[in-house]
Design a protein around this ligand. Structure first.
Ligand code: PMP
Ligand code: GLU
Length: 428
């Protein structure tokens, strides 16, 4: 065998063959490249909080910059206590400190969770871009459940039951994310009660990805853990509601019945990332503690996202683009099926081509529904409506009323981007 053969990519593990960088990160880097080449790009691709990390949390980081030791694998005890109290305050459920695991982002923890749990993975679609590639890297099969637009792309109890009843005893792990990335929709408490009943019937391990929970626009987030405490793992972190995606801090909270899974996951963590950055963990304690500053920050962030989400939705609706106002987070997931005939005339046969053309012609960067598990032929895309100066907006919201005028003043680029989408699709 020639030496070169040893360096050939046939030796690439099958599980990672053909995978690209995650779509969210790819669109961000591509948008930045276009901007550096002098092009105007409306960056609605990456889902990143526009708001600054609250000052009180930043101060926590400054105060702890000298913390340099490796911390316990599961995380700083004070932080795990703060998270346990946080969930108790919000949901009245006691997640034991020893069953909380901190990691460098919930993404890494979700990956290790999939690695450690041996069972069928159920993912409703559309859903976040990384769940499925993580399963592929590990070599797991996924059972997709396609949700319906008329149900706001949310899983129904009947759909879940249908999957489980074929083989009622099979171990299963379901990832439920609400408010949802990519749709912005969430579940009402009554709907969570019904889903919890099905999950309990089949003893499904339920990963409740509530990373956008504190960004429910009306501050009315409910957790399924209140209805199915024995089977719910809560996934969360600082990235979204605390504006700290780049800090990389996530947490999983396991119920007592799954403490063996928390322990197994921490073994995997000890052999991979060791422990999460010490200064970040110390600073994060403040974020999970009750502080009026945090409440006021969240109140303003939610108001801005609510009004902006509704405004953007209106612009799209008025042009015949199908969508409903989001409930939380900072995403919209419009459906352009009304324009199908026009698209076909322009050789736009799938959502990926639709997004490519939108970027090329109108300079608006978004992600196609196909990246979220929707059939490519369905003309959906994800808009991350965060291309505004979040610091300016959240500071202004201290004294100014958040209404349409406020949105026009502080989020003009986002509104222009919506109008550019409308202009593009109307002119086809
Ligand atoms: N879940 C969802 C639904 C997300 O959108 C993201 C993206 N940030 C994550 C999990 C992972 O977040 P992080 O790793 O920053 O905690
Ligand atoms: N979750 C964000 C998104 O969906 C970006 C970060 C990531 O994917 O890791 O755009």
């Amino acid at each position: 065998m020639a030496t070169d053969d040893f360096y050939h990519e046939v030796h690439l593990n099958l599980n990672v063959r053909g995978l690209k960088h995650s779509a969210t990160l790819r669109i961000n880097e591509y948008s930045n490249q276009l901007i550096s080449e002098g092009k105007k790009v409306y960056k609605l691709g990456l889902g990143q909080s526009p708001f600054p990390v609250p000052d009180i949390v930043v101060q926590g980081l400054i105060n702890n910059a000298r913390e340099k030791d490796y911390l316990p694998v599961k995380g700083l005890p004070a932080l795990r206590e703060a998270i346990s109290s946080f969930y108790y305050r919000h949901w009245g459920k006691k997640y034991l400190v020893e069953n909380i695991v901190i990691g460098p982002g919930s993404k890494e923890l979700l990956f290790l969770l999939q690695l450690c749990y041996y069972g069928e993975l159920i993912i409703p679609t559309p859903s976040w871009v990384s769940y499925a590639p993580q399963a592929k890297i590990i070599g797991r099969n996924i059972h997709w459940i396609a949700t319906k637009k008329e149900n706001f792309w949310r899983l129904t109890p009947a759909e879940l039951d249908k999957i489980c009843r074929h083989d009622p005893k099979k171990p299963r792990l379901l990832i439920l994310n609400y408010p949802s990335n990519p749709t912005g929709y969430t579940y009402k408490n009554e709907e969570l009660i019904e889903l919890a009943a099905v999950a309990r019937k089949y003893k499904v391990v339920l990963v409740s990805d509530e990373i956008y929970g504190m960004l429910d626009h009306k501050g009315d987030h409910h957790s399924i853990c209140t209805h199915y405490p024995e089977g719910t793992i809560i996934s969360g972190g600082l990235s979204k509601w605390c504006g700290a995606g780049g800090w990389r801090l996530g947490a999983l909270a396991f119920p007592k019945s799954l403490s063996w899974l928390a322990d197994a996951l921490s073994v995997a963590a000890s052999e991979t990332f060791t422990s999460t950055s010490a200064p970040i963990q110390y600073a994060a304690v403040t974020a999970f503690e009750p502080h009026p500053e945090m409440d006021f920050y969240l109140e303003r962030a939610r108001k801005i996202l609510l009004h902006l989400g509704q405004y953007c939705n209106r612009i799209l609706n008025e042009a015949g683009i199908n969508n409903a106002a989001p409930h939380g987070g900072f995403y919209l997931f419009p459906d352009f099926s009304n324009f199908r005939n026009k698209f076909l005339q322009h050789d736009i046969f799938d959502s990926e081509t639709m997004c490519d053309k939108l970027l090329e012609s109108a300079g608006v960067a978004t992600l196609p529904g196909s990246e979220f598990g929707c059939p490519p032929s369905v003309y959906t895309l994800r808009i991350s409506y965060v291309n505004f100066d979040g610091r300016k907006a959240i500071d202004a919201a201290v004294t100014e009323t958040v209404d349409d005028l406020f949105i026009e003043k502080y989020c003009p680029d986002t509104l222009v981007a919506m109008k550019e989408i409308v202009k593009w699709v109307s002119a086809l």
